[in-house]
Ligand binder design. Sequence first.
Ligand code: NAP
Length: 253
Amino acid sequence: MLSIKIQKRKSVFITGGTSGIGEALALKYAKDSLVGICGRSREKYEKSRVFNHPNIRFYQVDVLSSEYDDVINQFINQNSLNIFIANAGVGVRKKQDFADVKKHIEVVDVNVLGFLHSISKPLEYFQQQKIGHLVGLCSLSALMGLPGNPSYCAAKAFVKVYLEALTMDLKHKNIAVTSVMPGYIDTPLTKGNNHKMPFLMNVDLAAEKIIKAVNKKKEYIHFPKTFSIPVHLLASLPRGLRHFLLNKFVKYS
Ligand SMILES: NC(=O)c1ccc[n+]([C@@H]2O[C@H](COP(=O)([O-])OP(=O)(O)OC[C@H]3O[C@@H](n4cnc5c(N)ncnc54)[C@H](OP(=O)(O)O)[C@@H]3O)[C@@H](O)[C@H]2O)c1
């Protein structure tokens, strides 16, 4: 007897899918999955590569707002949810002035509180279903404090450590967690950087690496290796030596 295996297409939600890494992930997932994305700006969405894609649903919403929970509930009710990618984040364009409290607060708001808020409903759903996959965008800058970038490094360190703890908490509940630690990726976030960005990586290649790792249910990935391995080594050096090297090589114009 001929047996036909029908595989239901996956449902993926990506916060911040209107540019950069989220946009590239959405496009790749949309080849065989139903994808939900969100972002604050509709204009950005309309100018993006994902605009009007038949398998991508856009929701104009801030991850910090209460409307965000309604959006996630609506998406889950209509499509269920297999993979949730906490990607939305903001960066810092120039060397951060430590007195620029407003900017520091914005970075912490979106990258820490926004991250926490964004994963809450998806995790609730995964726990009810007893299955799911949470993916979080951290950064190699989570590994140490970098001169000129205090709040971004600290915010990403929060995400990295939080996800590490969740990985252990959720493993026995059949919920996978993948922490993504990219180096420099060519996106609008890095466009205005006024410092060197060694081994800057193409965004579609970065998305490919993330999806491969998610498919294999890897817990921790970092890339490009030419940059991420030396950065991990640097992070493991004694503090004084690490600071000497950072002050010597990190320069802002
Ligand atoms: N690019 C890199 O080199 C790099 C390296 C390591 C880690 N990362 C991390 O990777 C993630 C994506 O970065 P990217 O380079 O792709 O940045 P990006 O091109 O600036 O994209 C950020 C996305 O997040 C959305 N977003 C920002 N704040 C939001 C909020 N409060 N609510 C909803 N959506 C929001 C943006 O849309 P709206 O502005 O319209 O809201 C946009 O769609 C970030 O978490 C970043 O920290 C990036």
